[in-house]
Design a protein around this ligand. Sequence first.
Ligand code: MN
Length: 469
Amino acid sequence: MSEKIKVNDLRSAIKLLRNISEQIIETDVEVDPHGELSGVYRHIGAGGTVARPTKEGPAMIFKNVKGHPDAEVLIGLLASRKRVGYLLDCPPEELGKKIYHSVENPIPPVVTEKSAPCQEIIHRASDEDFDLYKLIPAPTNTLHDAGPYITLGMCYATHPDTGKSDVTIHRLCIQGKDELSIFFTPGARHIGAMAERAEELNEKLPISISIGVDPAIEIGSCFEPPTTPLGYDELAVAGALRGEPVELCRCLTVNERAIANAEYVIEGEVIPHVRVKEDKNSGTGFAMPEFPGYTGPASSDCWLIKVKAVTHRKNPIMQTCIGPSEEHVSMAGIPTEASIYGMIEKAMPGKLKNVYCSSAGGGKYMAVLQFCKKTASDEGRQRQAALLAFSAFSELKHIFIVDEDVDCFDMNDVLWAMNTRFQGDMDIVTIQGVRCHPLDPSNDPLYSSSIKDHGIACKTILTVQFLFI
Ligand code: MN
């Protein structure tokens, strides 16, 4: 690289990657966002539409998108841990620790009164020709999907009681010319809690959806409680990662703010007391390919967003990802590593050398802890560390604990250790009946009578270490 490129938006991120070999490929060949774009990308980049999420590849820019002559579509930006390292200027194995320090030293966003790049072009829902299907080149990833999905929309809203804001990624499906469905994992996410409170007050919840932003925001927005509790604005993590605050602009049609240098912003309101069937237009029963490697079911009770405006840059770049992918592993896994590292480091400093939330678990279901035992009294503390990891991230299901000499980022190394430092009858701890993740199909009463409800799992600790004697 000749010059150091400072990344603070999507275009500078793309510019940085163009200077590094094999990180991004671009095509002028026409592609249909309906069922074709993701079908091309599955052979290039991360896994595929419903294949297991274990393949790394370059990001891809489609410059000729059918029906959207002024726009481009980018997919797979974060579908490689190495690439995330380039984009965040950090060695890949240090990403979890670096982001943990950003959570601990947040730099809150600021509102700018300057004219915002994301508002170069303005379309209001009151315009006669307003049509989300034409304005947003959102891919329909498979022909079974409920519809076109916005998979990388940074949803930003403010709690009606506290005035505190939150950024989270939710799956958003275009349902009509000015309507989106938004899926809230029941009881889990902060914007869901805001929408529920607004509904109690019989109020609409203003929301902005910023698409195509600095990748530091995409990683930061994937933090979950308890690391970032209700009231923690995760844009402050991105601010800390960059050493300067994220700039927000005021929305034009709702009382909320959006990310000023985004490629697109959708402004709207979450409507109280209304729910929509996610597949009401397709009737397929499916939502879209989800991160565990299966096509997810359509929800029967998504919330509805009435869109008031779409603003965008000139020649906007639509950014998208596909559920089963290394991109999801980066976005979910690296913040989870940061959360686990933070929790264990606070409780037992210096004991956790590193942690990896592996591709095989989509970044959520599996973690490998590299735990140092120095004295006989450390024996057993590695399992205490595993219990802390479960507390750090509620959707974690399987934990491998390995010794310092085992590379926690290499699952082959982990399984090698399992063959020589592990006995199944004594090195497995199981914790039954804990709510885990609804998209794991084995978390179901049909699988085992010990499971009382869908989404409940048996969490397991596998101690793959030499005994300290
Ligand atoms: Mn939050």
